[in-house]
Design a binder for this molecule. Structure first.
Ligand SMILES: *Cc1c(COP(=O)(O)O)cnc(C)c1O
Length: 331
């Protein structure tokens, strides 16, 4: 990934504040937010976010990919963190109106506009370690991002970690700050000790996901990925890719995948693996590191199936293929 992903922000953001109800949304400078130093979020991590993208369409317009699904997940994360219930219609309005305001700033293919809705607990109450924040703010950051694969497509090195956990096992469905803080220790160690790009968390030998992306194994006609449970983040990209794969008649298996089965399948030359998420859609995995050994996945390079799956989803996002499922919101 380009190291500067998500470091450039458009000048204004939509914001709303909660104090018994949500205020009418306004536009404010995106580099200024007033918080009490005792704000709940700064001490007890009452924060969650979303990541979705707007794409410049073939016909010159702009469309947001799977906005409703991301807002539904935002509402779910907020509920699981006991943040105030969001008004999903208002959040949708904040997203579409701010993207519309910056329509001209949405870059063309292969770049896009990354959208980061954020929800934080703002109550100044450091005694509330075990109680929710009664006030909150919600804002929508906009960040133009370039081509994830700029400079060529390197396949990733993943450390399979059976001992470490990304987050509390019942907290995986929350797209919340605390989960990334707890995963960092494992990811940093994997980078230092194994030169790994990511950790694939496999608690007790069950292949789960990495710090910020879902894992998908593609073995010939078979696609294998963990079935949904509360231990991991239910990626919108994952679901979209599986939908397209099923339509093509591929054998999609949402089930438990063990480290042993993964390593066995990885040895086959036609085997491919990828990490799915909004930033890259699907990034190829070339090497698995486990028990002090390295295992090449298939040829070790980005394979044709991963690339095709990514191209097909990208084509819908950029309005080059028919949006059969109503995944795009035009703004
Ligand atoms: C955001 C995220 C994903 C990918 O979700 P998408 O909706 O596909 O972008 C996967 N895992 C984690 C932990 C994430 O935070």
């Amino acid at each position: 990934m380009a190291g500067d992903f998500g470091t450039r922000f458009l000048p204004q953001m939509a914001i709303t504040h909660y104090d018994g109800g949500w205020s009418k949304e306004t536009m404010v400078p995106s580099d200024a937010l007033t918080l009490h130093p005792g704000a709940h979020v700064l001490h007890y991590a009452s924060t969650c976010f979303e990541g979705l993208k707007a794409f410049r369409q073939q016909d010159g317009g702009v469309a947001i990919f799977r906005m409703d699904k991301n807002i539904a997940r935002f509402a779910q994360s907020s509920a699981l963190l006991f943040l105030p219930e969001i008004d999903t219609e208002q959040t949708g309005r904040m997203i579409t109106s701010s993207v519309a305001l910056y329509r001209d700033e949405v870059p063309g293919q292969p770049a896009s506009l990354y959208i980061r809705p954020t929800h934080i607990g703002t109550e100044a109450a450091i005694g509330k370690a075990a109680a929710p924040s009664l006030t909150a703010s919600q804002y929508i950051l906009l960040s133009p991002v370039g081509d994830y694969f700029e400079g060529g497509e390197a396949s990733l090195r993943l450390l399979l970690d059976e001992e470490g956990v990304r987050c509390g096992p019942d907290h995986g469905m929350v797209k919340g700050g605390g989960n990334y803080a707890s995963a960092l220790k494992h990811i940093q160690r994997a980078a230092k000790d194994y030169n790994a790009n990511q950790v694939l968390f496999c608690p007790g030998g069950d292949v789960q996901e990495t710090g910020a992306a879902n894992f998908i194994l593609v073995d010939g006609d078979e696609i294998i990925t963990k079935s949904l449970d509360e231990s991991f983040l239910h990626g919108v990209t994952r679901e979209s890719l599986l939908t397209l794969a099923r339509e093509k008649g591929m054998n999609v298996q949402e089930r438990e995948l063990s480290v042993a089965e993964l390593i066995e399948r990885a040895a086959k030359p036609e085997c491919e693996a990828g990490l799915s998420g909004t930033a890259a859609v699907l990034a190829a995995v070339g090497t698995l590191i486990h028990g002090g050994r390295e295992y090449t996945v298939g040829t070790g390079k980005a394979g044709p199936r991963i690339r095709q799956m990514r191209d097909e989803l990208n084509a819908i996002q950029w309005g080059q293929a028919e949006d059969r499922h109503g995944w795009l919101t035009r703004v």
